[in-house]
Every structure is written in C-alpha cells, then in structure tokens.
Write a protein that binds this ligand. Structure first.
Ligand code: AQP
Length: 327
C-alpha cells in the first residue's frame, strides 16, 4: 500500500470549464501529483442535480477528461476517472443519507443559492452527501478545492466523525486545501459573484477554451472599481480579482504586480492581463485539440482509472457494509 497521503477532488461536467475552476482546483491538483496519491474525478452524477441535455452531457464528460489532461494531469501519476463508472459512490451516498439530518443539509449555502435560481431537485439537496461519499470512499487526507466547496468538505468531516463514532473507525477525516490567492475567482462582470459555469452572464466568465479575441474582449470589458490605483484591497474587488488572475497566470506575487503597475492605468493593466491569459491558455488549448484526436486513448485512460478507483473504494464500502450490519 502507498505511504503517500491521499488526495481526492473533482469537477462537474456541467458547462464550460473556466479560469476559476482552473485556478481554485486544477492548478492545485497539477502541483500535488508528485507528492500525493491523487484521485481526480469527473463528477457527472453531481452534474445531473440540475437539468442536463443527455447528448451534451456525454460530450461534456469527454471534454472535461481531455481538459484535465491538457491542464497537466498525468494518468501515470494520478488516477483519473468518471464518477458514474464506479457505482460505489451512489451506494455509499445512501448509507450516509441515512446518517444525515435534514437540518445539516438545509444549512448548505450552495443549495440555498442554487435552489433559489431554479426548481430544486432532491438530488440538488443531497449533493453534499454524494460529495462526502466521493471523498470518504478513497480514505482521503486532502481535498484541494475552491472556497465555495469548503462548507461541503466540513460536512464530509462531520459525517465521517459521526459514522466512526456510531459504528467504529472506518473513515479517514479529510481536510480541505485552498489557495491563499485565487480560492474564489469572481465574475468579471460582478466582482461580488463567483465566476461560475452556470452563470447567465457569459461575459463574466473566462472559459479555458475561449478564443484569444473573446478573452481580450471579456477582460477589457471587466468591471473595475472607482479610483485609479492598481492594488489589491477589500475596497477594490474588481481590481483585486484581476490581480489574482494575473498572479496565477504569470506566477508573480501580487505585490510584484502592484509595483509593476504603480504608474499605469486600468486600460494598460487590463490589456497586459489579456495578453498574459492568452499566453497561459494557448498551450492548454493546443494540447486539448491533440488529445481530442485520440478518443480511444482517452477512453483507455478512463477505463484504467475506473479500475484503480474501484480497487480502493470497494475496500472502504465492504468495511461500511460490515460495520452497519448489512453484511
Ligand atoms: N470562481 C471560482 N474560483 C475558484 N475556484 C472555483 N471553483 C469553482 N468556481 C470557482 C472550484 O472549482 C471546482 C469545481 O467545482 P464543481 O464543478 O463541482 O462546481 P462548482 O464549485 O459549483 O463550480 P462552478 O463553476 O460554479 O459550477 P456550477 O455552475 O456548475 O455550479 C471546485 O473545487 C470549486 O471550488
């Protein structure tokens, strides 16, 4: 058995992967691959908690898998798989459902926000428990996520502790891992709202597969703050957000960027940022196109990933069945 600590995380194929997903989640994943035993999942069962077109969903699952690889996930180092290919996720969810109170789920911020927007399904309400099952099945130590998912990882910890104290120790207690800069990238059109796949105003979101011209247009049209200074500050949510994007895409510290732009205006800053983002995304887009030409290779990676995932999850689920009296 590997002595490395275990990492689990996933993204829903629920729309276009955007820079917020990359920065908050994938950038961490890529950096963790050498040090940890990593499981990265395409969480398609989460995506159907809101309505999806079946044909588009299937295409999005493949697109997301190709983007994982294009962003730098390496199947030789990490286990990459699709959630619905491993039925253990749904099986553990039911058992955890029976251990969770309605009140615990009613407190989840994401549910409150999303259920306001559309007629909410039971699946949307239950989403955090499916996420807990995803994480706990793999005896995960660390869950690299953006800020919006922190509350769900905390619920996961509570459920693991509750199960262990009711039935005896089975689950490792996982911890969330978030970036200090970039844990919550905001919409370019509304710096008070998170950049999101499902947001209605597409001008607020930079998708990883956006063309250079679209990226430039979106960044030049980004909402900025009053005043002229290019500094990160709570009074300047628009500029602070752009600085975080600049920092992650160039590898520069925020204070280095502030110094670089101390005598420059917003227009110059945005134009340079657009160039940096295009420079950053172009190689990812090139790799994505190459990977898409080999669909058989992609399918093989996901089949191998499923097998590796199942080997680990099955052991946890067997223990759960035994402890709960189901076996
Ligand atoms: N704006 C963001 N800034 C930083 N991190 C973010 N993440 C999402 N948005 C931002 C992180 O990306 C991962 C993807 O999570 P998900 O696909 O399971 O769903 P989500 O968190 O609800 O992301 P979206 O983009 O807002 O999707 P939709 O609109 O479908 O709900 C997570 O690690 C998340 O924290």
């Amino acid at each position: 058995m590997s002595s490395q600590k275990r990492v689990f995380s996933g993204i829903q194929p629920s729309g276009n992967l955007h820079l917020g997903n990359y920065i908050g989640a994938i950038s961490q994943w890529v950096n963790m691959q050498d040090q940890y035993d990593c499981f990265f999942c395409i969480v398609d069962l989460h995506a159907i908690t809101v309505s999806q077109d079946p044909q588009k969903l299937l295409a999005k699952i493949k697109e997301l898998a190709a983007l994982y690889l294009a962003c730098g996930l390496d199947p030789k180092k990490s286990t990459i798989f699709v959630q619905s290919h491993n039925p253990d996720h749904a099986s553990l969810t039911w058992i955890l459902d029976c251990l969770t109170s309605m009140g615990q789920l009613e407190r989840m911020t994401q549910y409150k926000t999303k259920s306001d927007q559309a007629g909410a399904s039971v699946g949307l309400f239950n989403y955090p428990i499916l996420m807990a099952a995803d994480i706990l099945l793999y005896q995960t130590d660390l869950v690299p996520v953006g800020q919006d998912q922190k509350q769900h990882v905390e619920l996961t910890r509570d459920l693991a502790q509750k199960f262990n104290s009711c039935f005896g120790p089975v689950f490792k207690i996982p911890k969330p891992k978030m970036l200090s800069v970039g844990a919550k990238i905001m919409s370019l059109q509304n710096p008070k709202q998170k950049m999101s796949k499902s947001s209605l105003d597409k001008r607020g979101t930079i998708d990883l597969l956006d063309s250079p011209q679209t990226i430039k247009n979106k960044i030049m049209a980004a909402v900025t703050d009053s005043g002229q200074e290019i500094i990160a500050s709570p009074n300047k949510p628009g500029i602070s957000n752009l600085l975080a994007i600049y920092s992650i895409t160039t590898g520069l510290e925020i204070n280095q960027i502030e110094k670089r732009y101390q005598d420059k205006n917003y227009g110059q800053f945005k134009s340079d940022l657009a160039q940096e983002v295009v420079k950053f995304l172009t190689p990812i887009q090139d790799r994505y196109r190459t990977i898409c030409q080999n669909q058989k290779g992609l399918a093989k990676i996901l089949t191998e990933g499923k097998q590796k995932a199942k080997e680990v999850s099955q052991k946890t689920l067997d223990q759960v069945y035994q402890k709960t009296g189901l076996r």
